[in-house]
Ligand binder design. Structure first.
Ligand code: 6PG
Length: 505
């Protein structure tokens, strides 16, 4: 039985996690580089449980029993290395034979986590990359936890993690060992990518609703979106609060008008996009959401052209009810597409890095505590009886060389057909696809941009075309200027055409 744990870093997330641990009966050793922060923490929350303040990192270790579990709640980057190196060095000096687990609960870049796991493993220390989602409230009341680390690391720490985690739809802790080394941080990174995409979609929809049905309709619309059987979840709940938020004191209309139109990011969205590009895995909804934030920084251009190209004004003739129907269908399809893109990316990375992540476990730990928790995650719980049906065009052919890594197509096929029929039905539903098209028409008519929704529409539309008609043009042009060659449908092998192109032509 673990009795004591330590938390290093008492920022918003670290402080909340320390309180969560204390409320669950653990004796929490706290440490912050700026001591006044730890003193402040004790003044405010000391009465909530058993806390002991450590004065140095060595003191942290001295105050823990033989099983030493240390949560690092620090900003991603160098700080993790500096603190972990010192902890490992001190542990080696003084506490030989003890079990030391260092849990990095920040949003660290997964490649850093891979490297750290390897480095500390050589020193007999369990380094765990733990994705923690749910913001301050989640950390305090029960976060979703995405564990990446060795089986031994899981053995040493799971009891504590299961106690502090949120609960899934069946009352089980929202934590599991997703795989070795960086599996947990990778899954958390993609969770954030999906979070970016869903936030982008919802923001686009509320912007359109505001322009069409007006401020007064926003409250009712947000209620109905939250209650819709295919939708709901934390982000729509949050939006319900956002559209009702008024200036303190003055009660002035929507506080939205006062917020500067620049959105930053802390890294995970960018890394999701970079990883997807690196792994050759399309995630257009997430990419568009990230690009939208990047675009928000280009004020200079917008300020010039906003005069030249004023939106033509709203031309939509659709009724409020008709518009809401489009929104329900479009959003329920688009959100599922964001999940599907993210989960396929997880699986592609899992194959490459040999993490063996079960995507169903990812969606299970997302059922409670995290930012993307929503009722639709229940749709991932059932595995289809027949993982492949006639639409999969048969089984994946056996490879001549069994060690040859699977192609992106094979992985996508495997993940896609492991989704429940219920999920697949909505994600590629004809009617909802049409409603998304109609909704995009409304945006276009109103002269309002919709980066994430339109990228999602293009993705779904493309995936509904067996043949990608643009690609032969691209292949032919590549052959024309670079002699890159192409494959043919009717013949085996690679081909080049005879080209006689001159500048004058
Ligand atoms: C969560 C959040 C959390 C945070 C991120 C994203 O799951 O609790 O995703 O990790 O909000 O830092 O922040 P950015 O939007 O700034 O990248």
């Amino acid at each position: 039985m673990v009795s004591h744990v330590a938390v290093i870093g008492l920022g918003v997330m670290g402080g909340a996690l320390a309180r969560n641990l204390a409320r669950k009966g653990y004796h929490v050793v706290i440490y912050n580089r700026t001591h006044s922060k730890a003193e402040n923490f004790l003044r405010h929350y000391g009465h909530e449980g058993k806390f002991t303040r450590a004065s140095t990192l060595n003191d942290v270790l001295c105050k823990l029993p033989t099983t030493k579990i240390v949560f690092l709640m620090l900003s991603a980057g160098k700080a993790i290395d500096i603190v972990s190196d010192e902890l490992v060095a001190e542990a080696h000096k003084r506490l030989e034979g003890d079990q030391l687990s260092i849990i990095d609960g920040g949003n660290s870049f997964y490649k850093d986590t891979m490297e750290r796991c390897k480095r500390y493993d050589e020193k007999g220390v369990e380094f765990i990359g733990l994705g923690v989602s749910g913001g301050k409230e989640g950390a305090l009341l029960g976060p979703s936890l995405m564990f990446g680390g060795s089986e031994r690391g899981w053995e040493w720490t799971h009891e504590v993690l299961e106690k502090i985690a949120a609960k899934d739809f069946h009352g089980k802790p929202c934590v599991t060992r997703l795989g070795p080394n960086a599996a947990g941080h990778f899954v958390k990174m993609v969770h954030n990518g999906i979070e970016y995409a869903i936030m982008g979609m919802i923001a686009e929809i509320f912007n359109l609703l505001r322009a069409t049905i007006g401020d007064r309709g926003l409250g009712i619309s947000s209620d109905s979106l939250l209650e819709h059987p295919d939708l709901g979840g934390f982000l729509l709940e949050l939006m319900r609060h956002v559209v009702r938020k008024r200036e303190l004191g003055s009660g002035h209309p929507l506080v939205l008008d006062k917020i500067k139109d620049i959105a930053g990011h802390k890294g995970t969205g960018l890394w999701t996009c970079q990883s997807a590009l690196e792994l050759g895995c399309p995630i257009p909804s997430i990419q568009a959401a990230f690009e939208e934030r990047a675009m928000s920084a280009q004020y200079a251009v917008r300020s010039v052209y906003s005069d030249a190209m004023k939106p033509s004004g709203l031309k939509t003739t659709v009724s409020a009810e008709g518009l809401m129907n489009r929104v329900y269908g479009a959003l329920s399809l688009a959100i599922r597409q964001a999940f599907s893109q993210g989960l396929i990316l997880i699986r592609v990375a899992s194959k490459k890095y040999e993490w063996d992540i079960d995507v169903q476990q990812c969606t299970r730990v997302w059922e409670g505590g995290c930012i993307i928790r929503m009722p639709l995650l229940r749709e991932f719980e059932t595995r289809p009886k027949e993982t492949l049906d006639k639409k999969t065009k048969g089984l994946i052919p056996a490879k001549e060389d069994p060690d040859e890594p699977p192609t992106a197509d094979e992985i996508t096929r495997e993940v896609w057909w492991a989704f429940s029929p219920e999920f697949r039905k909505i994600a590629f539903d004809k009617k909802r696809h049409h409603q998304l098209q109609e909704l995009i028409h409304t945006f276009v008519d109103a002269g309002i941009p919709c980066h994430v929704l339109s990228s999602t529409l293009n993705y779904v539309t493309q995936m509904c075309h067996e043949r990608m008609e643009t690609i032969p043009y691209i292949q032919a042009m590549r052959d024309g200027f670079g002699g890159h060659g192409f494959e043919r449908i009717d013949l085996d092998g690679r081909y080049n055409l005879e080209w006689t192109i001159h500048a004058e032509e």
